[in-house]
Design a protein around this ligand. Structure first.
Ligand SMILES: [Zn+2]
Ligand SMILES: [Zn+2]
Length: 232
């Protein structure tokens, strides 16, 4: 690598043109002592940069082998799992709260209905005024209240699978109670007690009455009680 004195180049470190060596890696010229220094520098770079990088990577690899579950792809799956569960928990919490709210109001209604039955029972007992049909009706009403308390018809749970998603979204719906009442009539009829009672007049003429509700589908059950029926 030494060149003749006539075409000696200057050392890249000290600028002197003595005994020049050329580094094939970086094409710089150096004097003997600085050529050695340049090699040492390269050796240091090798240790500090490449070996260090290698060691760090080796350590990563060892950890990977030891704990494959820490792979970045596994972390991605874990993150998806966590976020999905959080979303579901949020929707479930909203649904639970809604059911609790409806149930609380619904229970109040059941309490009112039960109190009313209790009053009817006490009155009937005091007056000793009841028959088999009354007993059956009370039993039926109590049975209905019991069923309604446990499985209220007022609440429905729906699963929305319109999006054809992997997990259908749950939602809670409160059915609006329909309190049917008489509204329109034709003929000798009077509507009383806020549409709960109709009375036919003294005439024998036919009369018609219709309820407030209008229905286009489903099945409805209406109960009437005919009192003071007169035959003529
Ligand atoms: Zn070099
Ligand atoms: Zn030099």
């Amino acid at each position: 690598m030494a060149s003749t004195s006539s075409n000696k180049s200057r050392c890249a470190t000290c600028g002197k043109n003595i005994g020049t060596f050329t580094c094939r890696g970086c094409s710089q010229d150096f004097c003997l002592s600085h050529a050695q220094e340049h090699r040492q520098l390269l050796g240091k770079q090798m240790d500090e940069d490449v070996i260090l990088m290698h060691d760090q990577f080796q350590q990563c690899l060892n950890e990977q082998v030891k704990q494959p579950s820490l792979h970045p792809l596994m972390k991605e799956i874990n993150e998806w799992e966590k976020q999905s569960i959080e979303k579901i928990q949020l929707v479930a919490q909203v649904a639970r709260q809604k059911v609790l709210n409806i149930i609380s109001k619904h229970t109040d209604n059941v309490i009112i209905a039960l109190t009313s039955i209790k009053e009817q029972l006490s009155r009937a007992r005091d007056d000793d005024d009841f028959f088999e049909s009354d007993i059956n009706e009370w039993k039926e009403n109590l049975e209905k209240l019991k069923t309604d308390l446990n499985t209220p018809k007022a609440i429905t749970i729906k699963f929305d699978d319109k999006m054809n998603s992997f997990i259908p979204k749950i939602s809670v719906h409160k059915e609006r109670p329909i309190t049917e009442r008489f509204e329109r009539f034709l003929g000798d009829i009077q509507i009383e007690e806020n549409g709960q009672l109709i009375t036919h007049g003294n005439s024998n003429a036919h009369a018609t009455v219709r309820g407030k509700g209008e229905y286009s589908s489903g099945q409805r059950l209406f109960r009437f009680k005919i009192e003071n029926k007169r035959t003529s």
